[in-house]
Ligand binder design. Sequence first.
Ligand SMILES: Nc1ncnc2c1ncn2[C@@H]1O[C@H](COP(=O)(O)OP(=O)(O)OP(=O)(O)O)[C@@H](O)[C@H]1O
Ligand SMILES: [Mg+2]
Length: 324
Amino acid sequence: MNRFVFFGGKGGVGKTTVSAAYGLNCARAGLETLLVSTDPAHSTSDVFDQQFGDEPTAVSGHDGLWAMEIDPEAEIDRHMREIKATMSDQVSPAIVNEIDRQIELAHRTPGAYEAALFDRLIDVMRSSEDYDRVVFDTSPTGGTLRLLSLPEFLESWVERLREKRAESVDLFEKAAIGDKEARAKLADDPILARLAERKEQFAFAGETLREDAAFFLVLNPDELSIEESHRAVDDLESAGLSVGGLVVNKVAPEPDPEESGTGATFLRERHRTERDRLDRIEREFDQPIVAVIEQRVAEIKGGLLDEIAAELDIDVTAAPPEQG
Ligand SMILES: Nc1ncnc2c1ncn2[C@@H]1O[C@H](COP(=O)(O)OP(=O)(O)OP(=O)(O)O)[C@@H](O)[C@H]1O
Ligand SMILES: [Mg+2]
């Protein structure tokens, strides 16, 4: 199994629950495991009845399991401060205020949250050498899974920006021939350096996702969730990323044959409909169904989480040692 494992799916299908259960299995198999939540509602804290923050924290009661909840809003603020600081070194004090205003506006535009989230995901992937397995519980907010198919695209976009910047630096240099100070300043243009760094980040993300990441989709036996999963498979595949398997969660249990009455009739009907959906999933997807999990009567934590962990048929064996 790859070192990075992502769980995606529509809102509320059970991504957080399944990620936690899989993380638990990995830790129990002796892997140092980090569970990363990108969900602003932070339900990992609910599953383990423990608060987590932006840094990995040991999950109490579970050896080898760590969790963190990344906060894109904080990342956006950090971004904004960083860019303001870089810009104010570059421009005259007279226009700093106007630029600050523009930067703030830019950070409130659609896409800023996704960009910040993506940056933070890359950071976490980069700085997680201490863990054998990193499990990402992706949130539907910001379309995290869709973001993962972007690195190639972003890399070439940043490269175009870099070329443009290099051209204008070059023109500026030519215009400034004889002016030693201007030349010296342009030799290490901070914007070019920053773009080069971004390009390198995206290249790293693309390579890591293709070579060392596995993707699983969680879905429920309903039409919307099935449609969404088809889209996710397509998006990932068009980026060269393949989905390893499907977890079908919240499947209605079947009442005993002798049970009658409204409740039992309802459940029997429901169970039948969901059977059809399960058949449909099996027919329509190339990916294997790695677990079919029944709906429980209460939220999943404690002993129920253990039950679900036992039902997951997803490989936890350690990744092969890296080639030297
Ligand atoms: N098999 C199940 N039986 C009963 N309840 C479940 C089951 N799986 C998940 N739940 C409950 O459903 C709710 C949503 O699950 P979960 O938070 O794992 O979904 P999610 O996909 O992460 O949601 P979001 O998209 O909001 O992040 C939670 O209260 C969870 O305890
Ligand atoms: Mg969740």
